[in-house]
Design a protein around this ligand. Structure first.
Ligand SMILES: [Zn+2]
Length: 306
């Protein structure tokens, strides 16, 4: 297995990266390296996690080339390529999109332009290539993205790739964060990328208009938990690298949230009455862009099918 000396240099911040044209000058007129958005965490055995804006990226580097899971936003495409170029001179051959959201598929065009094949569940292709009802959109429908951003290899249930001496299994998790999620399991390396089925330490966004459901997200947690052990490294869609215990904790909270909302629905309470009662007050530390109220409304919609 190749050694990646550059990794430690990257960790120490000794490798300048980014487009030189973007370099800025400080007050003394001296050139400064551009601010890096993406940071690298080494997971061992040729695996890395790229953090920063957008969804977390999982990276497998080896003699077959580079396989990445998710690719953040379009504006970070070159920085992703440069960052991976600091880890290896091998090409990016495969990109797996865990779902269709733009913070996980945003740099697909840039990845296809450097020769990568984009792999995703069938529904990711559907959601990116066709309009769907979208109450948040002005027109009431989502707008398809450009054809050069679409996945060009899709699967319906499971896909297995044998790459860099690893068995890479993509497993669809139905009606979870969206209609088209999958988790990616690097079996020998004991690493699982959860995509947005797993928000670490936050109330999750469940895209119900995109085919998601809280029960499906809980099922996705259960699937990953059944494949994990105490040594498994779990990459969340958003948040820091996690353990099986962290994933279990989030699963239990989600199940508890669902049960608390259901108990009130069973008593005939309206969603507004449930919001007013604040049944999730003790979880307020999980508030982010999804707060207690949004979490209650999400659970209510998931359970009622509305
Ligand atoms: Zn998402």
């Amino acid at each position: 297995m190749k050694k990646y000396i550059l990794t430690s240099l990257l960790t120490l911040g000794l490798v300048a990266c980014g487009n030189p044209a973007e370099r800025t000058a400080n007050a003394q007129g001296e050139a400064e390296a551009p601010k890096k958005n993406i940071t690298v965490e080494e997971l061992g055995d040729g695996f890395f996690m790229l953090l920063g804006p957008g969804g977390n990226i999982g990276v497998s580097v080896g003699e077959d080339g580079v396989y990445i899971v998710d690719d953040k936003f379009s504006q970070f495409g070159q920085e992703i390529i440069d960052t991976i170029g600091g880890l290896t001179d091998q090409p990016i051959r495969f990109v797996h999109n865990t779902h269709h959201h733009g913070d996980h598929t945003g740099a697909n065009a840039e990845m296809r332009a450097v020769g990568a094949t984009i792999i995703a569940h069938d529904n990711v292709f559907e959601r990116m290539s066709k309009p769907f009802p979208s109450p948040r959109a002005k027109s009431g429908q989502s707008t398809p993205t450009a054809p050069n951003t679409w996945p060009n290899m899709t699967f319906s249930d499971k896909a297995t790739l044998h790459f860099n001496d690893h068995t890479v299994k993509a497993i669809h998790t139905p009606s979870a964060h969206t209609a088209g999620d999958s988790i990616v399991v690097f079996e020998e390396a004991n690493i699982i990328h959860m995509g947005d089925n797993y928000f670490q330490g936050l109330f999750p966004f469940v895209d119900i208009d995109g085919g998601g459901n809280v029960a499906g997200m809980i099922a996705a947690h259960d699937l990953a938990l059944s494949l994990a052990n105490g040594d498994t490294k779990i990459i969340p869609g958003h948040g820091p690298l996690s353990t099986k215990a962290d994933l279990q904790k989030t699963r239990d909270i989600l199940a508890d949230v669902q049960a608390r909302v259901k108990a009130r629905m069973d008593k005939g309470q309206t969603v507004d009455a449930i919001v007013k009662a604040r049944p999730l007050k003790d979880y307020e530390s999980l508030n982010s862009f999804i707060d207690e109220e949004a979490m209650i409304r999400t659970a209510y919609r998931s359970l009622s099918g509305t």
